[in-house]
Write a protein that binds this ligand. Structure first.
Ligand SMILES: [Zn+2]
Length: 210
């Protein structure tokens, strides 16, 4: 017992002061970053509407959030998942039964090694104490070049397909995406979830790129 106490005490003594993940200048204040960096986040103040769908969005896709998302998404800097999940958790999210991360195609997954939205969703789901639900798969996207607006929408919708033999079905879910641009992938995913019997589908994203 005494040994254990000594050990835990000495462990406390050597705990390093964690530096801000963004500037490294100050110590961490919230969600792995310092107070200054936290206040400089380009928060999005209102719920946005894309394709007539309301989307809860934490920030605008501006510096430093754009750089962080790029590093997280394309440079394997997965340690940013905590910060990004915390941005989502600042939103006044509705009560849901499960989180549906925006799926990526098999080709993307092989190329990137992970689904960035799933990595953020894992932390959000853990903190909210709800499961992650992935009943929809995304097929490879064909080029959108030369297509009309309507054809583009149809093209995106055809990418989202319900996985076979899905036993668990949730009624109230929250889609989690990283960056929203046109909102067409969120709309397409919503439509697939509706086909599965979801009655209330909310959507949230880390950043809004207009
Ligand atoms: Zn900082």
């Amino acid at each position: 017992m005494l040994m254990f106490n000594l050990f835990s005490k000495s462990k406390n003594l050597i705990t390093p002061i964690l530096r801000c993940q963004l500037c490294s200048l100050d110590s961490q204040y919230k969600a792995t970053i310092c107070k200054d960096c936290w206040t400089q986040i380009p928060w999005e103040t209102e719920k946005i509407i894309k394709q007539e769908v309301p989307i809860f969005v934490a920030c605008r896709y501006e510096y430093p959030i754009n750089r962080i998302i790029q590093k997280f998404k394309y440079e394997q800097q997965l340690h940013f998942q905590h910060l990004l999940a915390n941005l989502i958790l600042q939103l006044h999210l509705p009560k849901v039964q499960a989180i549906v991360p925006m799926p990526i195609s098999e080709e993307r997954l092989i190329e990137r090694g992970y689904n960035q939205s799933l990595e953020v969703a894992k932390i959000v789901a853990k903190i909210l104490n709800i499961p992650i639900w992935q009943p929809i798969q995304r097929m490879h996207q064909h080029s959108q070049k030369g297509l009309t607006r309507l054809e583009r929408i149809e093209n995106i919708q055809s990418q989202f397909q319900i996985k076979k033999d899905y036993k668990i079905r949730y009624k109230r879910v929250l889609i989690l995406d990283d960056v929203v641009t046109t909102g067409s992938s969120i709309l397409a995913l919503m439509q697939s979830l509706e086909q599965l019997g979801c009655q209330k589908i909310f959507a949230c994203a880390i950043a809004n790129a207009n």
